[in-house]
Design a protein around this ligand. Structure first.
Ligand code: ATP
Ligand code: MG
Length: 366
C-alpha cells in the first residue's frame, strides 16, 4: 500500500530527476496570473517575546516566536486549499497575515497579480477588504448578540459604501442570506443571533463575508464549534459557494478527514513552516513527511483505504521561541535515527513529485 503511487525505483528516479526547488514555489510561479487568485511568497510573522524581567523587544536578549516563518503557496481560482497542523503551528496567523488583519514581518501577498503588501490603509479598505474576507471559528462570539441578522449582514455593505439605497442594501442582505441557505431570507432579517441554531449562526457569519462579493476567503476552523450533525452541511455550503461564485478558500482545520473531503489541495504546518503540500488526496493517502504521517495515523476513524503504518511521534512540540537546530521536527522524528543531517541542516520544501512538496531529508523512506 505504501507504494500505491510510486514504486521505490520510480521514487528514486524522481528524486534524482527533480532539481530541489528552494522556495517550494516553482510550480505556482509557472501558472499564469489568470489561473492564480492569490500568491503568498515567503510570508513571515515573528512576534517578539521578552526574556527576563527587564528585557525589551529591542534588547539584545529579545527573542522571537516565529509564528509564520517563510510560508509560500498559491491559490487558484475556485480552489479550496486546506491548512492543517497542531495547535500553535501558525495557521491562524498565516490567514490573518494574508488578509493584513495583522501586519507581517516579511514576505509578500499578491492578489490577481498585484502586491497588497504595501497597500495603504485606504487602499486596503476600499479594494482589498471587499475582495478578501474571513469566516471565524466561533459563530457565538463573532456575532454581536444585540444586532439583528439584517444589521450584522449589512455591516460590510455599510462600511464599504456598497449600497446606493436602503432597498439596495436590503436586497444585498437577502441575496447573501439566500446564498447561504437561510430561506426565506426576509424571515431572518429582523431576528437576533440567540434565536438561531449554531449552524444557522455560522451561515449568518458566512453571509456577512459573502455579502461584499469577495474572491477569496479564509475560513478558520469554521465547523469545529458546531454539532457534528451539521458540520457536513456547512462544508457542503463552502463547496457550493466555490462552484457558484468562483470564490477561493483557505480552509484552516485540525481535522484531516474534513480537509480531505472539502479541499482540492492541502498543506500541513509545523512550527510556522509548511512541511508538506499536495493534492488533499495524495497528502492523506501517500504522505511523505513523518509529521503528516503521524497526523493521519492519529485520525480517530481512519478511512479503510488509507494505508496505516501507525507512525507515532513522541515528545512535546518545542517551545516556539527556542526552536531546535536543523529540521524543526528532528527531536520528535521517528526517521531521524541519530542522523547528523537532520539536527544540523533544515530541509527545504522540495517538489518530490509533480505538485507534491515535502521538507524532509529522508522523504524517500516514507
Ligand atoms: N499576539 C501574539 N503574541 C505572542 N505570540 C503569539 C501571538 N499570536 C500568536 N502567537 C503565537 O504564534 C504561534 C502560532 O499561533 P496561531 O494562533 O497562529 O496557531 P494556530 O495554528 O492557529 O493554533 P490553533 O490550532 O490553536 O488555533 C503560537 O505559538 C502562538 O502562541
Ligand atoms: Mg488558530
Amino acid at each position: 500500500m505504501k507504494n500505491q503511487f510510486w514504486s521505490r525505483r520510480d521514487r528514486d528516479t524522481l528524486q534524482r530527476a527533480i532539481t530541489p526547488d528552494r522556495s517550494g514555489f516553482r510550480a505556482m510561479e509557472q501558472q499564469s496570473p489568470e489561473q492564480l487568485s492569490l500568491k503568498v511568497v515567503n510570508l513571515r510573522k515573528w512576534l517578539p517575546v521578552r526574556l527576563g524581567l527587564v528585557a525589551s523587544p529591542l534588547s539584545s536578549r529579545a527573542n522571537y516566536v516565529k509564528a509564520v516563518d517563510g510560508v509560500s503557496f498559491g491559490i487558484g481560482r475556485k480552489e479550496i486549499i486546506g491548512l492543517a497542523g497542531a495547535s500553535g503551528s501558525g495557521k491562524t496567523t498565516t490567514g490573518r497575515s494574508i488578509l493584513r488583519l495583522t501586519e507581517r514581518t516579511g514576505g509578500e501577498v499578491v492578489l490577481d497579480g498585484q502586491s497588497i503588501t504595501n497597500a495603504s490603509q485606504d487602499e486596503l479598505k476600499r479594494i482589498y477588504r471587499r475582495r478578501m474576507q474571513m469566516i471565524y471559528q466561533d459563530p457565538y462570539a463573532s456575532l454581536n448578540p444585540r444586532w439583528t441578522v439584517g444589521r450584522l449582514v449589512s455591516e460590510g455593505v455599510n462600511l464599504l459604501g456598497l449600497a446606493e439605497s436602503e432597498s439596495d442594501r436590503l436586497q444585498m442582505v437577502c441575496n447573501a442570506l439566500e446564498d447561504v441557505g437561510l430561506k426565506p431570507p426576509e424571515s431572518f432579517v429582523e431576528i437576533y443571533p440567540h434565536q438561531l441554531s449554531g449552524g444557522q449562526r455560522q451561515r449568518v457569519s458566512i453571509a456577512r463575508a459573502l455579502v461584499v462579493k469577495p474572491q477569496f476567503m479564509v475560513a478558520d476552523e469554521p465547523v469545529s464549534m458546531l454539532d457534528a450533525s451539521i458540520r457536513m452541511s456547512i462544508l457542503n455550503l463552502l463547496q457550493q459557494l466555490r462552484d457558484r461564485t468562483g470564490i477561493s478558500f483557505l480552509y484552516i482545520t485540525h481535522d484531516l478527514a474534513s480537509m480531505r473531503y472539502v479541499c482540492d489541495r492541502a498543506a500541513v504546518m509545523y512550527l510556522g513552516k509548511i512541511v508538506e503540500m499536495a493534492t488533499s488526496d495524495v497528502l492523506v493517502r501517500d504522505p511523505a513527511h513523518p509529521y503528516t504521517r503521524a497526523l493521519i495515523d492519529a485520525l480517530p476513524d481512519p478511512d479503510p483505504d488509507i494505508p496505516s503504518g501507525k507512525v507515532t511521534i513522541g515528545g512535546e512540540i518545542p517551545n516556539p521561541s527556542r526552536l531546535p537546530t536543523g529540521c524543526n521536527f528532528h527531536p520528535r522524528c521517528p526517521r531521524m535515527k541519530g542522523r547528523a543531517l537532520c539536527s544540523e541542516t533544515a530541509p527545504e520544501l522540495t517538489e518530490i513529485a509533480p505538485g507534491h512538496y515535502a521538507s524532509c531529508h529522508f522523504w524517500c523512506e516514507k
